[in-house]
Structure formats: C-alpha cells, structure tokens
Design a binder for this molecule. Sequence first.
Ligand SMILES: N[C@@H](CCC(=O)N[C@@H](CS)C(=O)NCC(=O)O)C(=O)O
Length: 194
Amino acid sequence: MRVWQIPYSTNCERVSIAAGVAGVPVDWVDVDAYDRTPVKEVSGQGRVPVAELDGEIVVGSLAIIGRIAPELWPSELRPRAQVDVFLDWFERVWMHPLGILFSPGEDDERRERAGARLGRSLDRFEDLLDGSDHLFGPLTVADVAAYPFLKYASDDENPDDDYEIHHLMRRYQSLAGRPRVAAWIDRVSALPHA
Ligand SMILES: N[C@@H](CCC(=O)N[C@@H](CS)C(=O)NCC(=O)O)C(=O)O
C-alpha cells in the first residue's frame, strides 16, 4: 500500500497504527503541508491520508483502515454499532471545540470555553476505560482513531512537530486526575506503527 501523508498528521497516524497492527507494509509518500499538489493530483482533493491500494485510490483514514484492517471493527452487531457511534461522536462532537480553537477570528471567551470542553471530554474516556484496557473491550478502530489526538495530553514535546493545532491539543488536554487515560496512551503508543 502506498500512502500520501503529511508528517505528524493525526489522521495519517491512524493508518500507521492500523497498518502496523495488521502487518501491512506501507510505502509512505511525504507531502508538504503547504503544497498539496501531489495529493490533489491522485485524489482530486487536498486532505491526507490518501492511499493507493490494489490500483485503487482510497481517501480518508477510516476508509483506508476499513480496507486494510476490517478486524478492528467488532464482528457482532451491537459492539460494532457502539464503535460506529463512538466514531461519529469523535468526529462531530469531540472535534467541534478544535474547530473553534483553530479559528483565528474567534473571541477569547469562546475559545477558552471550547478548550475547557476539549479537556472535559477526557473524562468520557476515563469512564470508558473503567475496568478495560481499551475503549470498547479489545483493541478496536475506536482506540486507533482517538489516540493520535489524545496523545497530546501527555507532556511529550516534539520540537519537529510545530503544528498549532497540536499545541492546542497539548494545552487544553491534561492527564491530571485521569490515570486510566494516561495508561491507555502508553498502551496504544506501544503498538507497532507502520
Ligand atoms: N476525515 C478525514 C480527515 C482528513 C484530514 O482532515 N486530514 C488533515 C491532516 S490530519 C488535513 O489534510 N488537513 C488539511 C486541510 O484540512 O486542508 C480522515 O479521517 O482522514
């Protein structure tokens, strides 16, 4: 599989973990965040990740993971639906404050409220991890999809990763009083990455 990525992209790291877990080798193509021409040429849009799989272009992290690691979705209907509901919540509700924090014109009070909401979302994860190593029992796509964003709650600074959105996730997410999330971040970070 060939994957076009921007280094340190959260959505690309999802694919890296899923491929690592599934044992799928990846031929990574690095793209400049400020020149998406190669991505646009292959996929007709500028976002990453984009994959070429068996001659087909697949756009978006979850679509790619669905192709290379379908076993990350539970096979039983009920737990599968729970994971899909979670993915929807993560994309629409969890991400919403990030959009506010990332809008340069936004007023300070609204930004602080959005940051606080992002921080409080970690309590949902702390509760989901009560008595469980992963969000929905065994490792699923829910863990793979959330980890690249929640990992910024840990204090690890990376001088090469200077994306503003990553600084914001670091600033507003804290592991204080959230030991289960802290342990989960360590657990998922130890998974093989392709
Ligand atoms: N839903 C897509 C989102 C892809 C996405 O937003 N990727 C980011 C990098 S993490 C990107 O390319 N952003 C550039 C832009 O929005 O123009 C997925 O899951 O892959």
